[in-house]
Design a protein around this ligand. Structure first.
Ligand code: OAD
Length: 272
């Protein structure tokens, strides 16, 4: 059944249409829209979230806060433990290894290609935004497929555990670690500067699948809000920032985002 008022779209069983339309208007009015994404955007790719009903930490408890200290104290032992875990992967490692981008990742990449989305800042280490085609991207918590030098921040592919443990940077001989930011580890300066610059110039911010609880990523959203940039939230559940959002749509990112992009495309001039 079609609804004439919705432009021939199927009827809107969850009642999101006015919010989707409002999100489209905000995106069309923006000059520098940024997105901040969290674990929820990859949930439909089978990657477990951290918090919430089915969250990894809800089931297993939060990991200890001193992971980075453990790494610094004895990097060789830390690397050997990682080697053992790779041979016997846990639920998260298995899910990450098998995950492919979902419709929400592809919709964001398309929004970037359309010139509407200028940058994506993700807290996810799964690399799914890259795989979906997002090019203007800051992975604020790192990327699981990369190694990073703790001294010069040079990054290189992380396919296998290096032979000599702990591994060192070929450029500066600094210690190498996985690019993924550990508990207790500061965000690498180059990444933080890039994320802050992008968020600082955003005149609209999409918040997708994030609790907006973890700093400094969440601060980027609050900072944009405090400058008057309208926030568009897409999340399964209300969050601490929902009340401040110009539009808060509560549903699956993989369903809502493609609808926003679809309606937005109808308003853009057709490509020559
Ligand atoms: P969380 O796991 O805390 O929250 C996931 C959010 O996604 C929740 O608000 C869910 O309601 C929402 N969600 C779940 N499924 C969804 C779906 N299909 N569509 C839309 N929303 C959905 O994840 P983050 O807020 O991203 O950092 O967590 C931030 C950081 O906490 C992580 O990057 C991690 C952790 O500390 C590090 O490990 C460094």
């Amino acid at each position: 059944m079609n609804n004439a008022a919705s432009g021939g779209e199927p009827t809107d069983p969850n009642g999101h249409l006015p919010d989707v339309q409002r999100a489209v208007e905000i995106l069309l009015a923006a000059h520098h829209c940024a997105a901040l994404t969290g674990a929820g955007i990859s949930a439909e790719s089978g990657v477990p979230t951290f918090r919430g009903k089915d969250g990894l930490w809800t089931k297993q408890g939060e990991p200890p806060p001193n992971q980075y200290r453990l790494f610094q104290d004895d990097p060789a032992a830390w690397w050997r433990r990682l080697q053992a875990r790779r041979e016997d992967p846990d639920e998260l490692a298995t899910a990450l290894a098998e995950a492919v981008p979902n419709d929400a990742h592809f919709a964001l990449a398309e929004l970037e290609r359309l010139g509407v989305l200028k940058h994506t800042i993700t807290q996810n280490v799964d690399g799914l935004h890259r795989l979906a085609g997002s090019a203007r991207l800051t992975e604020i918590h790192g990327n699981r497929a990369l190694l990073r030098c703790t001294r010069c921040n040079d990054r290189r592919p992380f396919d296998e555990i290096p032979e000599a443990l702990p591994p060192h940077c070929e450029r500066c001989h600094g210690l190498l670690k996985p690019d993924t930011v550990m508990f207790g580890e500061p965000i690498p300066r180059d990444t933080l500067v890039a994320a802050m610059a992008e968020a600082g110039r955003a005149d609209c911010m999409l918040l997708i699948g994030t609790t907006a609880l973890v700093s400094p990523a969440a601060d980027l959203a609050w900072e944009a809000y405090s400058r008057g940039a309208p926030l568009i939230e897409i999340n399964l559940d209300p969050t601490v920032i929902s009340d401040r959002c110009a539009v808060a749509i509560h549903g699956k990112a993989g369903e809502i985002l493609p609808r926003i992009v679809d309606r937005l495309k109808r308003r853009l001039p057709a490509a020559p």
